[in-house]
Design a binder for this molecule. Sequence first.
Ligand code: XIL
Length: 373
Amino acid sequence: MADRPAQRIMAGMRLLLLCALVCLSGAAEPSLDRAFAGRFAIGMALGARESADPAVLELAARHISAATPENIMKPGPLQPREGEFAFAAADAFVELCSARGWAVYGHTLTWHIQVPPWMFAGPDGAPASRDLVLARQRAHIAAVVGRYAGRIRAWDVVNEALADGKGSEDLRDSPWSRACGWDFIPNAFRSAAAADPRAQLLYNDYNIESGAKRERALRLVARLRAEGCRVDGIGIQGHWTLDHPPVAEIEAGIRAFAAAGLAVHITELDISVLPRMAAGGDLLAQDATGADPYRAGLPDAVQERLARRYAEIFACFVRNAVAIERVTFWGAHDGASWLNDWPVKGRTDHALLFDRALRAKPAFAAVLAEAAR
Ligand code: XIL
């Protein structure tokens, strides 16, 4: 495209102007959630530390109407030993959200990570039988979903059950699939539907916006429905990078899920600026080493690339707003992002709209500008 450099300069200037306006006005920046009202809700995942940090809560109060507990509602923290539930942190989170008027998006009922090992252990150290695992899963979901019935807008019922890559297997090889084959998936959806008929039930995964994994996700939903399960929506995690995936793929994914009658939730959005080997968000796929080029801060040129990338992605969300219920960022600010530890431990990523001092980055202004179009 011949006019690309000129377009870039113009876009850069627009951004600078917007940032200058926000800074000069002296006021805190405008609310993201209000800016996108009528299109989709804006959410954030909050960790235990952020949920107790007044400065983060003030930032969140300005910008969100939806919150996801980052870790505290996963099965490991909730039921560390069979039959012994630790609900205090989750109770406090739900209370916090209702006091603030935030819809709670529950995460997650079934995952192969942060799941307590006893779930798969049988008598005498042997693996538990299929029936025992399914019964434990039912009991867990009945207790958790039942406790918060009416207070959770939607649940990520099953997280990351699909295989990556081009293989012929649809399901990921995991303790769940090894114990139960396919059956843990409908078991989860049935248990959740029974425990809270009002909660929306979602299937959540990374990389499902495109390629073989999109087809797998569509097949998974179709099969669940054919077996009589209610599936209301799809969670596209959105752990993306500056270059991947192309927006056209994201858009095609959103449309394909919407065409299948699913509400689309962007559940875990962040855009890493660091090099990584693995695409998507597979926690088990750690890179052994990796460069950490932005420890001292993000150079202006990369800051602008991040802003442009966020802008093109939000432009896509706006074009497809009828299909999208909410967009949740995975973390409140760069300092709280899991990407500082994945796929390489101890790096310095800059993947969110607010920096480590909770200041709005150029990407914030770029996203806001898309709401005004
Ligand atoms: C991450 C949390 O952010 C980390 O604090 C934790 O150590 C590991 O899990 N996909 C998911 C989320 O579905 O649950 C993960 O959250 C990030 C990838």
